[in-house]
Design a protein around this ligand. Structure first.
Ligand code: FAD
Length: 418
């Protein structure tokens, strides 16, 4: 089934009775050429690109809950490529280019809105750091980075607190091609595309064990029986440590909860995505009008998929500091997701010591924007057994050797600070 303007018009006039389900609900087969554990954004995108770019179609995605029920449907939807360090810079730039053609690629409206992302700076040092970051983006080819001075920021965001004596606004780094997308539509679009290419998307199927013989993966144990495969990809975000332990691995990952908040619908007031440079607070406005915002991670490690009151208070305080007008709006909902935090804040896309077993994790709080790029590169690695150039630096052994660490925030090896 293809979506088109004509089709929407026809369905609208005939009672919307002609739509069919986006994907099948197949029973698991006894064996697949490749198994992806985890039906989040990265798992679904990997399956899609394995089928589309590498011709593998006998693939299963095994999801313990429902497709899109994890972080891919819980994030604050920011898409950007304003990374600075070698490795991250190429990868996120590649991912943003895939985003820019994703709706045509998937024939699915993921509501990508390139409304611009502004990172505010509040000191001379921070302005210098942003100038450096903007220059790195330009040299990577992302020439939409623009350094704004205080008046430049005031022209587009007149309601910020410019008189705040503790955190005066000096300006900001604008990344015009950044923005937001509808998060669960991204999961649905990739799921639909993968299913159309023959991938079995199996929900309510938790992987409980990974079978290994003579150093090679042979399949997985699940709540719906054993399934054989000589290629298995672990793509389970916040649960990475637990699933990797099934293969005897200890990952350099801590899981922490990150919360998000949304207010009642308001008239358009925030045109861009805005990040506070002195507190971990960021905000945008959804197409429905709700202000969508978030802040710091919970400071302690946890697998609870819900947030806590102290962090809620902390985020609200940061919001009020930057944008006092926000106090007039009413928060409607909040939720939490489990983040797979690495010590340098950058991800892992790699082989493991077990032949045929691959791992994709460590996206921290920034893996939504990575979905197309990560799926593309991980599919390349799984299909060809060689790293895809834009993701070639995401090796796991950097945490053992110390060589090639990519600490964008320069906060050191404390997982929750990235
Ligand atoms: C509040 C919040 C805000 C965020 N904001 C942003 C943002 O603005 N921009 C951005 O780029 N990123 C953001 N992120 C991060 C981003 O959402 C994640 O990095 C990314 O979604 C993780 O990859 P995923 O989509 O594959 O994860 P998930 O959707 O969590 O997928 C993993 C899947 O694996 C499944 N699974 C786990 N264990 C098993 C098992 N044993 N067997 C089978 N299946 C299993 C889970 O059920 C889950 O569905 C945010 C995250 C949160 C929580």
């Amino acid at each position: 089934m293809r979506f088109s303007g004509l089709r929407i018009l026809r369905e609208g006039l005939t009672g919307n009775k002609g739509w069919t389900p986006h994907w099948r609900d197949p029973e698991p087969k006894a064996e697949y050429d490749a198994i992806i554990i985890g039906g989040g954004g990265h798992g679904l995108a990997t399956a899609y690109y394995l089928a589309k770019n590498h011709g593998l179609t006998n693939i299963a995605v095994l999801e313990k809950g429902y497709l899109g029920g994890g972080n891919v449907g819980r994030n604050t939807t920011i898409v950007r490529a304003n990374y600075m360090l070698d490795g991250n810079s190429q990868f996120y730039s590649h991912s943003l280019k895939l985003w820019e053609n994703l709706e045509q690629e998937l024939n699915y409206n993921v509501m990508l809105s390139q409304r611009g992302h502004l990172m505010l700076c509040h000191s001379d040092g921070q302005r210098d750091a942003y100038a450096r970051r903007g220059n790195m983006m330009h040299s990577q080819g992302d020439t939409d980075a623009e350094l704004l001075d205080r008046d430049g920021v005031r022209r587009i965001l007149p309601y910020l607190d410019y008189d705040n004596t503790r955190f005066p606004i000096y300006g900001g780094l604008m990344h015009w091609r950044a923005g937001s997308a509808r998060h669960d539509a991204v999961a649905w679009g990739f799921a639909r595309g993968a299913d159309a290419r023959g991938v079995d998307l199996i929900q309510q199927c938790e992987v409980t064990g990974i079978d290994i013989e003579d150093g090679k993966v042979t399949g997985v144990q699940t709540t719906r029986g054993a399934i054989r495969s000589r290629k298995v990809g672990i793509v389970v975000a916040g649960r990475s440590g637990q699933v990797a332990a099934m293969a005897g691995m200890t990952l350099p990952i801590e899981s922490h909860v990150l919360q998000a908040f949304v207010t009642e619908g308001l008239k358009p007031v925030i045109n861009h995505v805005v990040s506070f440079g002195m507190g971990h607070f960021y905000i945008s406005q959804s197409d429905k009008g709700g202000l969508v915002f978030g802040g710091d991670l919970d400071f302690y490690a946890s697998y609870a998929q819900r947030g806590n009151m102290p962090m809620m208070e902390h985020v609200m305080e940061a919001g009020m500091t930057l944008m006092p007008m926000i106090g007039k709006s009413k928060v409607l909902r909040s939720w939490g997701g489990i983040m797979d935090m690495t010590p340098d804040g950058s991800p892992i896309i790699d082989k493991t010591e077990t032949e045929g077993l691959f791992i994709n994790c460590g996206w921290c709080y920034g893996g939504f924007k990575a979905v197309p790029g990560s799926g593309y590169s991980f599919a390349h690695l799984m299909a060809r057994d060689e790293h895809h150039a834009p993701a070639a630096k995401f090796r796991m052994d950097r945490f053992r050797t110390g060589y090639g660490l990519m600490d964008e925030e320069a906060t050191g090896a404390q997982h929750n600070l990235h």
